[in-house]
Every structure is written in C-alpha cells, then in structure tokens.
Design a protein around this ligand. Structure first.
Ligand SMILES: NC(=O)c1ccc[n+]([C@@H]2O[C@H](COP(=O)([O-])OP(=O)(O)OC[C@H]3O[C@@H](n4cnc5c(N)ncnc54)[C@H](OP(=O)(O)O)[C@@H]3O)[C@@H](O)[C@H]2O)c1
Length: 263
C-alpha cells in the first residue's frame, strides 16, 4: 500500500519514526514531500522511505496524509486537487479544516479526520478520529497506535468537542498544578523545590492509578478518609463548583475552535 506524507514536521516525524521503530512500516511503501525538501529528505532517510523532490513526482497513492499547517491549506489546495486521484484516501490532522470543507474540495476522495494531541512527541497521544466513509482502518490502527491510543468518535462534532479535553487537557492539568505550586511557594517553599515536588506529585498520582487499576472516583474515595483533611478539601471544591468551572473552560476551548474555522 502506497502512502504519501504531505508535510513532515514535528507530528508526522513523531508518528513515522515511532512506526519505523516498531517495524510496522514493512507493509507500506512510504513517500515524503515538503516544499522546502529538507525535512522530507531527512525523514525518508531515517525511515527507509522514498523522498519526493517535486510536486510533479508525487506518486499515485492509496493514502495521502495531510500533515501541514491549516494555514498552508488554501495555497496547497489546487495542486493537491490535481494530484490526489479520485477514490484515494486523505487522512487529515489539520485542526480547523472540517470534513464539510475537505469533502467539498476533494470530491470522490475518502476523508478521515484525525486529531492527535501534543503528547504524540512521547508516543502517548490520544488520537481521536472520524470519517463519513469506509477507510483503511487496519492501516490506520497500525500507524497511529505507534504514537498512542486511537479513539473513534461518534461524530465530527464529538471529535471537535472532545479535542478540548484531549488536546487542551495537558495545559489545563498543568494550570491546576500551578495553583498547588503557588500554595507551596506561599508557605515559604522555594520556587525550584515547589516545582520538583509538584512534578513528583503528578507522576506519583498517575503511577498509582496505573498500579491500582481502580477508576478515578474509586481511587479518590480510597485515599480520602471521611471527616479527614482531604475530605474537607474536596468539600471545598464541591462548594466552589469545580465541575462547572471545568465545564466552562472546556466549552470556551470548543467555541474558540469553531471561531478559528473562519479566520
Ligand atoms: N504537533 C502536534 O502535536 C499536533 C497535534 C495535533 C494536530 N497537529 C496538526 O498537525 C499539523 C502539523 O503540525 P506540526 O506541529 O507537525 O507542524 P510543523 O512542524 O510546522 O510542520 C509542518 C510541515 O508542513 C510542511 N508544509 C508546508 N506547506 C506544505 C504543503 N503545501 N505541502 C506539504 N507540506 C507542507 C512543512 O514543510 P517545510 O519543512 O518545507 O516548511 C513542514 O514540514 C498541523 O495541522 C497541526 O494542527 C499537530
């Protein structure tokens, strides 16, 4: 199966280096293309793929992966409309370019939208995906599992709403931890020590969840004695409507993603 990578930046490199290391590329013939050539050439040499030196030489492929930035989309459009044959699959990781637009611009091609998260850099991305068509799911699973876990959403709207959790999530968690760090600093703990303690707290909490195999609520109850200090802290969260604050933040992220489609 031939796959052409249109764009070989941070995300595509993370995915395909991961695939290469886990030896899943043996079933595919991979071609790499970027306008300034350098990144495509480098990636091709690292993963034993074929570097394509100009748009005219892009081969007819079963799958084309759009791995460039959304702001490159409009200028690339007419070239790719000519190059991508009807019946081919387009796998797009572009945020803000929706299926409606892709399907209008690329009629008779099968479009798959994929929304990975920044944790792709360490192979722990949540890859949301959705398509209105049948596509090469086995190939998708092989390739994208190399950078994390794949999750098929029930609709494109759901993919966009869930992105607020899966993609903005790391920054939201870091912001929450910054509040804890601030508390330590207010108690007189040094900035560097506070940072170290909070990072260790995050790691320990995540590892404990993994180790105990409990769900979040069960483990939280287990580590909270009724009437104790953690219990009081959690009561304060409830009284201050933590769920509503979180809901509001995630809604704001989603609404911004919708606005950005028109920018
Ligand atoms: N990074 C992430 O964790 C992440 C997570 C979710 C979604 N995404 C999405 O993934 C996409 C890529 O992000 P990135 O961080 O990997 O970007 P990046 O590192 O800036 O890479 C962009 C790549 O696109 C290439 N490019 C530009 N115009 C092109 C064209 N017309 N045809 C083919 N390639 C073209 C660039 O080529 P040159 O080298 O020639 O400039 C470069 O290799 C974005 O749409 C982003 O929304 C990224």
């Amino acid at each position: 199966m031939k796959i052409t990578l249109l764009g070989c930046g941070n995300l595509i490199q993370a995915i395909f280096l991961g695939c290469y290391q886990s030896k899943v590329l043996e079933d595919f013939e991979i071609y790499t293309y970027t306008p300034s050539k350098e990144k495509a050439k480098k990636l091709a040499s690292k993963i034993e793929a074929n570097f394509v030196n100009s748009l005219d030489n892009i081969p007819e492929s079963e799958i084309f992966i759009f791995g460039f930035k959304p702001q490159n989309y409009q200028s690339a459009l007419s070239d790719y409309q000519k190059i991508i044959p009807s019946g081919a699959e387009i796998w797009s990781v572009l945020a803000g370019i929706d299926l409606n637009r892709l399907e209008n611009d690329f009629k008779d091609r099968k479009i798959l939208r994929i929304m990975p998260s920044i944790c792709a850099e360490i192979n722990q991305s949540i890859n949301l995906f959705f398509s209105n068509h049948l596509f090469s799911e086995e190939a998708f699973e092989k390739i994208f599992s190399s950078v994390g876990m794949n999750f098929k959403t029930v609709s494109e709207q759901s993919l966009e709403e869930m992105t607020a959790v899966t993609a903005s999530g790391p920054a939201l968690i870091y912001r929450f931890l910054e509040s804890m760090k601030l508390n330590l600093i207010k108690q007189g703990v040094g900035e560097r020590e506070s940072e170290e303690l909070i990072k260790y707290l995050l790691k320990g909490s995540a590892d404990l969840l993994d180790f105990k195999k409990d769900d979040l609520s069960t483990l939280r109850s287990k580590v909270t004695s009724r009437g104790g200090m953690t219990f009081e802290a959690l009561k304060s969260y409830e009284n201050n409507h933590l769920d509503e604050i979180t809901e509001g933040a995630l809604r704001a992220a989603f609404l911004r993603s919708q606005e950005m489609k028109n920018e």
